[in-house]
Ligand binder design. Structure first.
Ligand code: NAI
Length: 334
């Protein structure tokens, strides 16, 4: 009796002190490194676990010298290393995989990244089935359904805990609008819905403080294809890494705030969503309220204008194919 109550007290005080292990898979990459640094700077993270098929211990040694309280460990590239990195994780961020080169779409990454994400999802299902899984690896429209299928096949799928990271689209939209309007991006709240590639990215300017911008086709296109600007400027050296790391760290921070009791935390994210299931769209990005169990509430898209209706229609046809491609991949390559 005494022991039991002591254990309970200890369990309670542990959560009261907010012990949160966060794991990064692909931690030595272009996104993984700055993302790990930003997570090390986050006081809500108590333990940072870094895994990659090469170089994670080096990144971990480097980041571990940053004088914040969390512990950092880099794991050897092996199934045992991966399992240890995942064990006890509250959040797993996955930026593992290859990035785009000029001229490539995100879908062109499918052949390489699908199997990488599938195998990492298997390890998560085995070692941390209750963690929040944040998929950054592209094509997100397909890699998220891949994770879902892997979790389903193992009987551990919780749709409230699986997220495609689309935060960067919202970050870009708010920055691009603030440049255009000479405002502070902090004040530019732009909702972006749909998926995370090209025309599946649908900014809803009609819901912002500048509703007239929905007819600014150049701006809409810039949000949809903003990633291409970075791919072209890097000229073969990859895609967005620094802005993506910021966006991924923001998404992780929002989940931690919500799991540590804050109410009303809302982020856009690509989740298993009821919004357009009747049209065969099983996953959709919209504003999602986060809570201690992951997804607390999926918010409706709300009122949109005629231009946006058209954009949404174009989104649906591509998005549906991307989702089906992910599912079919797992069916053929379980
Ligand atoms: P990168 O090539 O610099 O890094 C990828 C890292 O993943 C490498 O360190 C590599 O060793 C590692 N890796 C590969 N296979 C692995 C495995 N099986 N297990 C663990 N680690 C593995 O690429 P970068 O620039 O960091 O991009 C990563 C992914 O993120 C790409 O798929 C890219 O398209 C995507 N991305 C997603 C965005 C989003 O908004 N969701 C934005 C920008 C990029």
């Amino acid at each position: 009796m005494f022991m039991a109550s002591r254990i309970q007290t200890r369990a309670f005080s542990a959560s009261a002190r907010n012990l949160s292990k966060v794991t990064v898979l692909g931690a030595a990459g272009g996104i993984g490194q700055p993302l790990s640094l930003l997570l090390k700077l986050n006081p809500r993270v108590s333990e940072l676990a870094l895994y990659d098929i090469r170089g994670a211990p080096g990144v971990a040694a480097d980041v571990s010298h940053v004088n914040t309280k969390s512990t950092v460990k880099g794991y050897e590239a092996s199934p045992a290393g991966l399992a240890s990195a995942l064990k006890g994780a509250e959040i797993v961020l996955i930026p593992a995989g290859v990035p785009r080169k000029p001229g490539m779409t995100r879908d062109d990454l499918f052949n390489t990244n699908a199997s990488i994400v599938r195998d990492l999802a298997k390890a998560c299902a085995e070692s941390c089935p209750e963690a929040n899984i944040l998929v950054i690896s592209n094509p997100v429209n397909s890699t998220v359904p891949i994770c879902a299928e892997i979790f389903k096949a193992r009987g551990v799928y919780n749709p409230k805990r699986l997220f495609g990271v689309t935060t960067l689209d919202v970050v870009r939209a708010s920055r691009f609008v603030s440049e255009l309007k000479d405002t502070n991006p902090v004040d530019e709240k732009i909702t972006v819905v749909g998926g995370h590639s090209g025309v599946t990215i649908v900014p809803l300017f009609s819901q912002s403080s500048h509703p007239e911008l929905s007819s600014n086709a150049d701006l809409v296109k810039r949000v949809q294809f903003g990633g291409d600007e970075v791919v072209q400027a890097k000229d073969g050296a990859g895609s967005a890494t620094l802005s993506m790391a910021m966006a991924g760290a923001r998404m992780a921070e929002s989940l931690l705030r919500a799991s540590q009791g804050e109410k009303g935390v809302v982020e856009p994210t690509f989740v298993d969503s009821p919004l357009y299931k009747d049209q065969g769209i099983d996953f959709f990005s919209s504003k999602v309220e986060l809570g201690p169990n992951g997804v607390e509430q999926i918010l409706p898209v709300g009122k949109i204008d005629a231009v946006e209706e058209k954009l949404l229609e174009a989104c649906f046809s591509d998005l549906k194919k991307n989702i089906e491609k992910g599912k079919a991949f797992v069916a053929a390559n379980p």
